[in-house]
Design a protein around this ligand. Structure first.
Ligand code: COI
Length: 332
């Protein structure tokens, strides 16, 4: 059995080498480049591919894989929003993702963003860098005094709720799929509007499906509390960036913690030292002391990376063996 693993990073190599040791029956061909119509040709003769990239898996790319005799593809990440699902269905692709690689990685990161903003860390860091060690005026706030509004109560949302409740925060949450335990504890509100009304901090943990795109916009922001803090460690397009900037300018939004950004593809995980960003709005956000931008690193922990490698390769083996993995992405 042969699997081609595309866009393998150096930091993924130890986990991949371990996996390979445990699966000597599988031949792994490592490709450092992204999966493109051109690089897909390198999969000729293999049985499946393991991939991760944020750039689109276009019809052309899927067709090229199909022409190379491959229709079994395992993503090393959770999001499937960059796949041309119509093409995948027409070409009979079987695709798996890694729905749960480490909810804690993302949930903890979102909570760190909240904590850093509540304790005015970016402002202190800027002052300290200038040798100014005075306290005022950056007085902080405590987590236990906050109502945290959690939008999306899947694996990540649930871990986040446990963490912030550990700090003593009040939680309200909203999801179209309600979790029985959270429901029995009375944590759900009936509408997003109600959550906007109550929450001091709003954190997004929903996928980028079309109903959710730009869910944070001028209208929803106007319904939020004055001085709300917004955290997004999910998908950049959940927030209308122009509306976010307007909200920050007016003071309606006190602070924002963003691990994702609408136009991050091709920008995050690149070195821009001495160069201009292609998007002035990112520069605008990065220059604010009440905004923290992290370059989609919430997922990036040793535990998560190891799980992504292992689960994706195990799933690809299952597909090749004709099994139906639980994490088969629904193409129906
Ligand atoms: C995902 O798993 O979909 C993520 O957002 C993390 C990715 C950058 C590897």
């Amino acid at each position: 059995m042969k699997i081609v693993s595309y866009s393998i990073r150096e930091d993924e190599m130890p986990a991949l080498q371990n996996w390979q040791k445990e699966h000597p029956e599988v031949e792994i061909q490592i490709e450092k480049e992204l999966l493109t119509p051109e690089s897909a040709k390198k999969a000729q003769g293999a049985d499946g591919v393991v991939v991760y990239q944020q750039k689109p898996y276009t019809r052309e790319t899927l067709q090229a894989l199909h022409d190379a005799g491959i229709n079994k593809m395992s993503l090393r990440n959770v999001g499937t929003d960059n796949i041309d699902m119509d093409a995948a269905k027409e070409l009979n692709f079987q695709i798996t993702n890694v729905p749960v690689y480490s909810p804690n990685a993302i949930a903890e990161h979102a909570v760190w963003l909240m904590g850093r903003l509540l304790r005015r860390e970016p402002e202190y860091s800027a002052k300290i860098a200038k040798r100014d060690l005075r306290w005022a005026p950056e007085i902080g706030q405590e987590m236990r005094m906050q109502t945290v509004g959690v939008i999306g109560t899947g694996h990540i949302g649930q871990v986040l709720i446990d963490i912030v409740r550990g700090f003593g925060a009040k939680v309200v949450c909203y999801d179209i799929y309600q979790n029985e335990k959270l429901k029995s504890e009375g944590l759900y509100v009936d509408s997003l509007d109600e959550l906007y009304k109550q929450a001091d901090i709003i954190t997004l943990h929903v996928p980028s499906v079309k109903e959710n795109i730009h869910m944070v916009n001028d209208d929803s922001i106007s319904k939020m509390k004055d001085g709300v803090i917004i955290i997004n460690a999910s998908r950049g397009d959940l927030i209308d960036t122009d509306a976010l900037i307007r909200g920050l300018d007016s003071g309606k939004i006190k602070a924002a913690g963003l691990d994702v950004y609408e136009k991050e593809v091709g920008v995050f995980n690149e070195n821009w030292e001495g160069k201009q960003f292609p998007d002035a709005r990112l520069e605008n956000l990065l220059n604010r002391k009440n905004v923290i931008v992290t370059p989609h690193t919430a997922f990036y922990t040793e535990t998560a990376v190891k799980n992504m490698i292992e689960i994706a390769h195990n799933s690809n083996v299952q597909l090749i063996n004709g099994e139906t993995p639980k994490n088969l992405v629904n193409l129906g």
